[in-house]
Ligand binder design. Structure first.
Ligand SMILES: Cc1ncc(COP(=O)(O)O)c(C=O)c1O
Length: 478
């Protein structure tokens, strides 16, 4: 019989290697129950090793019950072996997924995570989690990071606090108090791996299966799928030009997930009157409001509106922020600011998930913020986004005119171009891609059927000339 013994590992004594090779061959079904193994002499010859080594390997297989001797006629794979251990057939085992596992697998199949394109396009209006890598002062960042790597005392390289580095929590709390009017102490802040982890923690800490969760419609699918996977009953709330309408919300809900500074994806800015109405509704509905302030640093028209969290007098709002948009998304640092009574549960949940966020990056970021570099970087990014936005709006007006309706231009880093109802979103996206222009559909963000076709265009990455040329090309395919 022709055979192959996969002696692929070379660890340990030689007889162990032969033993492992034979055992693998038996388990993989190369030698089946009742098959005779090659003789020790034959094996020794083939492998060019001493027969004693092979005998030792056979002894071990015998002792463990993989093989049996039959008088003088040789060594056989134990007859009982494959009855209990069938031949390996990948995918044959029935592995059941949990509810979360099923929901995650389903989401992976249906959710088109934003801005991902297999081949980059020349004029790619990518958005969503795209930071400002062109303006980011990587040299400074690198210097601080290296210093922390080299000089970190041993205790900084040990496990850290689940809620995050105290220097970073203080630096972020000071920043959001000033910049977003968030009312918080550093102790209320949990450092997380991006706001996506904050959403996951919210679902773990606050939701029971069957609880009602209000989400905006259209909505950020990363939040929708987390809540769905947690077994929530989703209540899609109407979003109009002013964002979520508090008058249309249900009497009771466990959570309302909102993006008031720049509704995702429509870009609507929730006016003060609605913010107050939403908080009033939450009181009546005994709901917790989860405020995702993913784009809150960028506001172009009117006064920046303070965060919902800052308006809340009852401790009903959980505020979530991220550095993905202002710095770069691979950093994976965000934060959750919880009402004081919820802090221990969130910190414990974070510990259970992954102990804590990487410490050296946290310390680096703490210094980056407290030294004023972050604030300077933000000013640069705001200036840059302002000119990009003007270039985009100017080009849309010039080339597209009233063929599209623009929303979301007051804040953030993307706008939506709503199309005529007769247009097919997918067809426009495909035709635009054929001319090198990357635009993205809104359909995937609606719970069910989209109200109308729309294109999302991020403008933080492309330069002004490319923005104009991209829009000119888009006008030819519309
Ligand atoms: C509305 C919104 N919230 C949250 C996130 C998650 O961002 P991150 O996990 O990178 O902080 C994104 C990313 O695209 C987003 O668009």
């Amino acid at each position: 019989m022709e055979f192959l013994i996969p002696l692929s590992d070379t660890e340990g004594p030689l007889f162990q290697q032969v033993y492992r090779g034979l055992r693998r061959a038996i388990l993989a079904g190369t030698f089946r129950a009742g098959n005779r193994l090659p003789s020790t002499r034959e094996l020794a010859q083939r492998l060019a090793i001493s027969r004693t080594v092979v005998l030792l390997a056979f002894d071990k297989l015998l002792a463990e019950g993989y093989v049996e001797g039959r008088g003088g006629s040789g060594t056989y794979v134990s007859a009982s072996l494959h009855a209990e251990r069938p031949i390996r057939k990948e995918g044959a085992a029935k592995l059941r997924l949990s509810r979360f596992g099923r929901a995650a697998a389903e989401a992976a199949g249906t959710v088109d995570f934003p801005g991902r394109r297999p081949t980059p396009l020349r004029y790619d209006f990518a958005y969503g989690g795209r930071g400002n890598v062109d303006t980011f002062p990587f040299e400074m960042w690198r210097r601080i990071l290296i210093r922390h790597v080299q000089k970190a005392p041993a205790r900084e390289l040990d496990y850290g606090a689940a809620a995050g580095s105290s220097a970073l929590r203080e630096a972020i709390a000071a920043h959001v108090r000033r910049s977003r009017a968030v009312a918080c102490e550093p102790e209320q802040l949990i450092v997380v791996n991006g706001s996506q982890q904050a959403l996951d923690l919210v679902a773990r800490v606050l939701l029971e299966c069957g609880d009602r969760v209000v989400i905006e419609d259209p909505q950020y699918q990363g939040a929708r799928e987390i809540f769905r996977a947690a077994g929530a009953r989703l209540f899609p709330a109407i979003v109009d030009d002013d964002g979520i309408d508090p008058d249309t919300l249900p009497q009771r809900a466990r959570i309302a997930f909102v993006t008031p500074s720049h509704q995702f994806p429509t870009g609507a800015i929730l006016p003060l009157s609605r913010r107050l109405a939403l908080l009033k509704w939450a009181r009546g509905a005994e709901a917790i409001v989860v405020e995702d302030d993913y784009d809150g640093e960028f506001r172009y028209v009117g006064q920046p509106l303070e965060s919902l969290q800052g308006l809340d007098s009852e401790g009903r709002v959980i505020y979530i922020g991220t550095f993905s948009r202002t710095m770069f998304s691979a950093l994976r640092i965000g934060y959750l600011i919880a009402p004081k009574p919820l802090v221990p549960a969130f910190a414990a949940a974070k510990w259970l998930c992954d102990r804590h966020t990487a410490m050296l990056e946290q310390e680096t970021l703490a210094e980056f913020i407290s030294s004023g570099m972050y604030e300077r970087h933000l000013r640069r990014v705001r200036r840059r986004n302002t000119t990009h936005r003007e270039a985009l709006l100017g080009a849309v007006k010039k080339y597209l005119g009233d063929r599209v309706q623009v929303s979301g231009e007051g804040a953030g880093t993307h706008v939506v171009l709503w199309l005529d109802r007769r247009q097919s979103e997918q067809a426009v996206i495909a035709r635009a891609a054929a001319t090198g222009v990357g635009v993205y559909g809104t359909a995937g963000y609606f719970m069910d059927r989209p109200s109308r076709p729309g294109l999302i265009l991020g403008y933080s990455r492309l330069n002004e000339r490319d923005i104009r040329e991209g829009i000119r090309r888009l006008s030819e395919v519309l």
